[in-house]
Design a protein around this ligand. Structure first.
Ligand code: ADP
Ligand code: AMP
Length: 214
């Protein structure tokens, strides 16, 4: 079986985080989400967070050199030796090339395909637990008690960049800056297309695991 060095590719709201969390649990490897790391930095008002905040709030990408550095550091940790799931990185060809130059390897790139109108529906209804990070959707994956996390009862939050005007910009940014990675990884024979727009999360997960175990 191949090494579990994976990357989630796809538009915002495709279900990258949802699938990355499930894969991380199944294979006991870390989910490395640049979005989560940047949001934590923003909330803690660190130097990185202050640098990133304006880009994130507008739905634009944080400068390449900032993001490459934090991923490189994170992957040095012991828990990432056996494998990792990159979620939200790389997001530009410059980031992907920098990764290659630094010797950061990939064995699977999951290209989760979801149409634009579904992206808007998913992001508008996304809710997150600030304590444990569990992802919900008000319609597709609701909590048993409205607005409260099923696992720990914390009040759920809506991300600042899941507002309608920012969502549309994020989709444009994805098409312009990130979509070129589809060809980049197809050329390297790493890309696996996964239809993610019409199946529930468990079904998408089953398809991914089937590919890994093939
Ligand atoms: P991404 O990490 O790609 O931005 P998320 O994993 O955060 O996407 O998912 C976005 C929203 O869509 C969340 O509210 C999540 O619960 C929901 N979601 C994820 N996968 C599916 C799916 N296959 N069907 C319906 N809703 C989904
Ligand atoms: P995400 O949680 O992946 O949707 O990312 C949220 C926001 O964080 C993005 O809209 C960007 O502003 C920023 N971000 C996350 N990952 C990257 C990356 N690899 N490169 C640049 N900006 C990023």
């Amino acid at each position: 079986m191949k090494e579990k060095k994976m990357m989630m590719l796809g538009p915002p709201g495709a279900g990258k985080g949802t699938q990355a969390k499930a894969l991380a649990m199944m294979f006991k490897i870390p989910q490395v989400s640049t979005g989560d790391m940047l949001r934590a930095a923003k909330q803690n008002k660190t130097e990185l967070g202050l640098k990133a905040a304006a880009f994130m709030d507008a739905g634009d990408l944080v400068p390449d050199e900032v993001v490459i550095g934090i991923v490189e550091e994170r992957l040095k940790a012991d828990d990432a030796v056996e494998g990792y799931i990159l979620d939200g990185f790389p997001r530009t060809v410059v980031q992907a090339e920098a990764m290659e130059q630094k010797g950061i390897e990939l064995s699977y790139v999951w290209n989760i395909q979801v149409p634009d109108e579904e992206v808007v529906r998913r992001l508008s209804g996304r809710r997150t637990c600030p304590t444990c990070g569990t992802l919900y959707h008000i319609e597709f994956n609701p909590t048993s008690e409205e607005g409260l996390c099923d696992k720990d009862g914390t009040e759920l939050m809506q991300r600042d960049d899941d507002k309608p005007e920012v969502i549309l910009n994020r989709l444009d940014v994805y098409k312009e800056k990130t979509q070129p990675l589809i060809d980049f990884y197809r050329q390297r024979n790493l890309l696996i297309d996964v239809e993610g727009g019409s199946k529930p999360p468990k079904e998408v997960f089953r398809v991914i695991v089937q590919q890994i175990e093939k």
